[in-house]
Ligand binder design. Sequence first.
Ligand code: 13P
Length: 260
Amino acid sequence: MKTHTPLVVGNWKMNPATLGDARKLFLATRKAIGRKKIITQVAVAPPFPFLSEMERLSPSQRIGLSAQDVFFESIGAHTGEVSLPMLKSVGVTSVIVGHSERRAAGETDAEIYKDIQAIFKSGVTAIVCVGEQARDSHGNYFGIVEAQLRSALRDIPKSKLSQLVIAYEPVWAIGTGKHATAEDVHEMKLFIQKIVADQFGRPAIKKVRVLYGGSVKETNAQELFEDGRVDGFLIGGASLNPVEFGKIIHIADDYAKSNL
Ligand code: 13P
């Protein structure tokens, strides 16, 4: 039985090329989700320059707005950075933090920690990404995920845990077409929950959603959701195809409804 409202987030990354294309993608996504009542929370994370226009297009709030990154300071001389007050002022309600593509560009655990602290203070939801570069036969990848998590979750107040979402995104599965098996995803979800319980106590598991990301498609979503037992997905490539993204949302939603 599911304990969480599913969450499906489309990370558009550095796509599409123009504001006009972003508008079309957003409207097509909204159409693909349709008017049927869904219990799943949906969000898209467009590039920063498109956020305020996307806010204007979504008066019904059926699609929430997420940011792909943030800088922990609120204001001042930080050329090129974007703050939480700025994001909140254009309707952003969740922020992806520690994505492996940001980590590959030099973001450190220490910076991610500061970003998460700022996100929690601001009241928006943090979608914290963790995941190993590669799998090895000795299970060292568990240690890597554990270290990323312990660093990210330090000092989070228990009272704010419902603002925390953890996305397991193995780097080898991102954009490669090779997704983790449902069994591996389930095993990692249990491992992540163990760390959460260890740090915050067992009731915390009910508050913290665990997503999977990495080559999620309409063809594997059912299996990953049902057998991987995740609470939703963080989707890259397939979120740029509105029809496919809509199908994945409905796969998660139908399953969640049938398990209410
Ligand atoms: P893909 O779905 O393209 O593999 O990307 C996953 C991802 O990085 C989402 O944040």
